[in-house]
Write a protein that binds this ligand. Structure first.
Ligand SMILES: Nc1nc2c(c(=O)[nH]1)N[C@H]1C(S)=C(S)[C@@H](COP(=O)(O)O)O[C@H]1N2
Ligand SMILES: [Mo]
Length: 197
């Protein structure tokens, strides 16, 4: 049966859809709790912990090299969306402006609204990861994380923090919101790293 919102991948797409996932027709919004109120004039992104503390404004991000990205998006609640088109800034371009202590191995992603999610430093600094401010050619809507969100295509989308406002560099793993509540610490969709138990 054809669902209204979800469908089975076509055979030619099946190599791109991780096990246990269905394709979503639209782009569902998945948020725990309230959408935070953000005044873009006050918007600030902070770096702290095992990195020299630094604050970036939205215009600092807009002054970094801008790129278009096409990435697949996999939510652990079993929907995926292929070929999502974004515009934004490579994580590696932000990293080149930071002084990170060589002892740093893990990072906590912080957001407006207090959502957190943890990520290993090596998973964060991959070339394909980016901060997005534009989705399908339109300014990133608030419910999808505007003005700026992180996108980490190779992990389940709960690692792609919406309304991101900081990175805390650590020399050990700490757990973010969903990870403390039973989600897998890493969340690799091809290995179905959904839960930590
Ligand atoms: N700040 C914040 N970021 C978040 C979430 C959230 O609740 N708060 N949900 C995560 C989850 S579970 C998913 S699937 C994606 C959903 O992104 P979307 O709402 O743009 O589809 O955002 C992730 N980032
Ligand atoms: Mo999700």
């Amino acid at each position: 049966m054809l669902g209204k919102f979800f469908r089975k991948p076509e055979p030619e797409q099946s190599g791109r859809v991780p096990p246990g996932q269905r394709l979503s027709k639209g782009f569902p919004v998945l948020t725990y709790g309230q959408i935070p109120q953000i005044n873009t004039g006050d918007w600030a992104f902070r770096v702290w912990g095992l990195a020299t503390a630094k604050t970036f404004s939205l215009s600092d991000f807009m002054a970094m090299p801008q790129h278009d990205f096409t990435a697949d998006f996999h939510c652990v609640t079993r929907w995926s969306k292929l070929d999502v088109k974004w515009t934004g800034i490579r994580v590696t371009d932000l990293m080149s402006q930071l002084e990170v202590d060589p002892k740093a191995t893990h990072v906590m992603e912080h957001c407006y609204g207090d959502y957190t999610t943890n990520i290993a430093l090596e998973d964060l600094v991959r070339e394909e990861n980016f901060f997005a401010h534009t989705l399908f050619g339109e300014p990133l809507a608030t419910e999808h994380g505007g003005p700026l969100r992180l996108v980490v295509p190779h992990l389940y989308a709960w690692k792609s923090a919406k309304w991101i406002n900081g990175l805390e560099f650590l020399d050990h793993e700490e757990l973010g919101f969903w990870e403390r509540n039973g989600y897998h610490h890493r969340g690799e969709p091809w290995a179905q790293e959904r839960y930590s138990f």
